[in-house]
Design a binder for this molecule. Structure first.
Ligand SMILES: CC(C)(COP(=O)(O)OP(=O)(O)OC[C@H]1O[C@@H](n2cnc3c(N)ncnc32)[C@H](O)[C@@H]1OP(=O)(O)O)[C@@H](O)C(=O)NCCC(=O)NCCS
Length: 311
């Protein structure tokens, strides 16, 4: 761990400690039992393979913090399910900057993640499997954890064939958003990586960078990465709420989202396979996660009740 990482960890310890006390005073207390019941009512079941994107504070004050959320999900899906969580690590939270840093080495045994308290807590769980990937490492626990993570560094590309997203789809997993919109959802990128030149937007840069990673035995390996083009990334759904709203309306209207509350958090899930098929259908109708407001105007859709997201 670098000095910068240590300072960041100490800062977060104090910041979240104080804020957690404030949230405890102001938000409803949410127990593990409540989370288990809410997840089951939402349609998460024993045996599910669940890819989670989350916001802890949108749930309320979670008694026991992020570990309670993780324990509740694993309780619902065990013994035969798997929980999959993105645990990315990048320079400046940016794929391209990571590619330009010649000294960068990703080590799955020690690298922290910037994706929130729940992914950070997951990294400390015993028996997780973590994929070897310099920017988009994914962690998993459960029956299919090894299958989902083991080939990421050998995959056709970051999100392509044999990546965790591809394997999630092969297992017909569920993409689950706890308190997050349809903005911060990595699963969209599988379409770009499987469609390659047929994808209408040049989202990925053409240059390939060989980034250094440690494997689980500490050996250095190189993993090829084509970074997202930072200029095109600015137009993407995770940076533009009009796109997240449109996709929410579209997927809801088509019956592809199951929506409910987990604690206080508006939450949703979609079958990975159906999600992918619909992304493909939308692409064929000229709509992608990079579409402009004018593109969307050309394909109007009915509005559904607007979701009540807190973050
Ligand atoms: C960015 C994002 C993580 C922010 O959500 P968040 O709830 O603010 O952040 P975290 O989940 O890390 O939780 C930290 C918050 O929980 C609070 N918290 C601490 N203990 C808590 C507890 N026991 N109960 C509830 N909240 C608590 C923290 O104080 C902090 O709130 P603050 O920032 O107001 O101080 C979320 O919006 C998001 O995008 N998640 C998806 C990330 C992802 O998977 N991205 C990949 C695809 S691009």
């Amino acid at each position: 761990m670098t000095l910068k990482d240590k300072v960041r960890r100490i800062y977060r310890f104090f910041k979240y400690g104080l804020r957690a006390r404030e949230i405890k005073r102001t938000a409803p207390m949410i127990s593990r039992e409540r989370l288990v019941g809410d997840l089951q009512s939402l349609g998460i079941c024993e045996g599910d393979v669940v890819l989670l994107h989350s916001s802890l504070k949108s749930i309320g004050y979670v008694d026991g913090g992020p570990n309670t959320v993780l324990e509740a999900i694993t309780e619902v899906i065990k013994p035969s399910g798997s929980l999959v969580i993105p645990t990315y690590h990048m320079v400046n939270y940016n794929m391209y900057d990571t590619c330009l840093d010649k000294k960068y080495v990703f080590d799955p045994r020690t690298a922290d993640t910037f994706l929130g308290l729940i992914p950070s807590a997951f990294l400390k769980f015993p028996r997780i499997e973590r994929s070897i990937h310099p920017t988009h490492s994914v962690s998993a626990l459960g029956k299919d954890a090894k299958y989902i993570t083991e080939a990421h560094h050998l995959a056709s590309s970051t999100f392509g064939t044999d990546s965790p997203w591809d394997r999630l789809m092969k297992l017909d997993g569920k993409v689950l958003g706890l308190g997050v919109t349809m903005g911060p959802v990595t699963f969209y990128h599988i379409l770009e990586d499987l469609m390659l030149d047929e994808f209408p937007i040049p989202a990925r840069m053409t240059e390939t960078y060989g980034l250094s990673c440690r494997d689980w035995n500490g050996n250095l390996i190189k993993v090829p990465v084509n970074p997202h083009d930072p200029e095109i990334a600015k137009k993407r759904i995770d940076r533009n709420t009009y796109l997240a709203d449109y996709f929410w309306n579209e997927f809801s209207h088509r019956g592809l989202l199951r929506v409910g509350k987990v604690g206080e958090a508006t939450s949703w899930w979609s079958s990975a396979r159906k999600f992918y098929n619909h992304l493909l259908a939308l692409m064929n109708e000229g709509i992608t996660i990079y579409s402009t407001p004018d593109d969307l105007k050309r394909r109007p859709i009915p509005e559904v009740d607007s979701p009540d997201f807190q973050v």
